[in-house]
Ligand binder design. Sequence first.
Ligand code: FAD
Length: 399
Amino acid sequence: MAEPDVLVVGGGIAGVSTAYHLATLAHNVTLLERGEIASEASGANAGSIGAQGWGQLPDLQAYLTMGSLEILKTLQLDLGFDLEFRMSGSLQAVQNEAQYEFIQDRVHTQRSRGFQVELLTAREARAIEPGLNPKLPGYMYSPMRAQANPVKTTRSFAAAAERLGTRILTNHEVVSLEHIPNGSYRITTPQREFNAGKLVLAAGAWCSPLGKMLGLGIPVVPVRGQMWATEAVPPRVYATISSSESTLDWNLHQVGQHDGPPDLTHLGQKRLTRHLYGRQTRDGQIIFGGDRQVMGYNKTPDATGIEVNRGHAAEVLPMLRDMPISRTWAGLMPFTMDGSPVIGMVPGMDNLYIVSGLASSGFGRGPMAGKLIADYIHTGHMPHVLAESDPARCITQLE
Ligand SMILES: Cc1cc2nc3c(=O)[nH]c(=O)nc-3n(C[C@H](O)[C@H](O)[C@H](O)COP(=O)(O)OP(=O)(O)OC[C@H]3O[C@@H](n4cnc5c(N)ncnc54)[C@H](O)[C@@H]3O)c2cc1C
């Protein structure tokens, strides 16, 4: 097996998109994944894709969301992969007066910056999504938001990369990383050793342990997200659905979260707010989730949190009150301490790159994150929007 010029660690959405985009630029790439492709967060997520337009002055968030939307369209419409992708739009419930005032202001600001959002009455929203609660004060509508099947999408990137000659090696756990004196890297798995001139860390919530192998402190923290699903039912939910409760609470108070990442639903065991997102999958299951809790690498769902989330979902979609939960699951999201992604070249190292910190919206932002890091590696120049995600702000050399 020839040695790769770029080796990518991690077969989630960030890693497979990086590998695919490098392969389109004719790089010789190997991707190592310790489980199967999409076996962690990229296969466990809700599949909602957040996008509100490029805006008048596109920043990193606009590039990641809108760029990803375009890449997903290409994968499904031009390359022929079935991702279950569709631009379904999204409705965010406004549940009380305080939320209404906050969301009204937000919609006004976002529209003045060129983003596509609207504040609808319940009646207007129910013309799009008939199952919504008619008694709520309103709904924020984002017509550009989309959805797709996360496992199919992530595996399609891997298949597209393989078609272009990338080696995707699953069940290959990286157990050691060494920076060798000629400036390249030695990567060890139980099966064999690899040498690569360029190394990309795309290991999601596991970037920190991989960083330690190279003497680096990478402050990416695992945050548990959990979900539940109904049995398959005929089509009843068309858009992606969420609520404004957490949006308002996170805007008002980040108190007590100074030692951890922002925008969590819990501080230790204490609930701070309720967060909500969900949709109906093509096979008919209605899936919802929302909790974000720091629990180390524990991926067991918490039944109390699931019940709170289900109650919240039923406030927005009353039909859910009578639908039993058929299964629950959880996954680990890669959060940074400042809430921004970490995408770029690691300072003080030769040709070491990272694409992580995509937090709770990495499914919808990972495709473009992978393209941006591939462009950086290919050209040797940092795409200007990556200034916002520069690893130099947070990655340190360990003593
Ligand atoms: C319940 C839940 C719901 C979510 N909902 C949404 C949503 O609706 N929309 C959205 O945009 N985002 C959502 N997210 C967030 C999104 O899933 C993540 O941000 C995204 O998947 C992160 O992708 P990643 O490639 O960085 O990490 P991962 O998907 O975790 O991939 C990292 C990979 O690295 C591998 N790895 C780790 N260590 C090693 C090693 N030593 N050797 C080899 N391989 C290794 C892991 O096995 C894993 O496959 C959700 C997440 C969860 C958990």
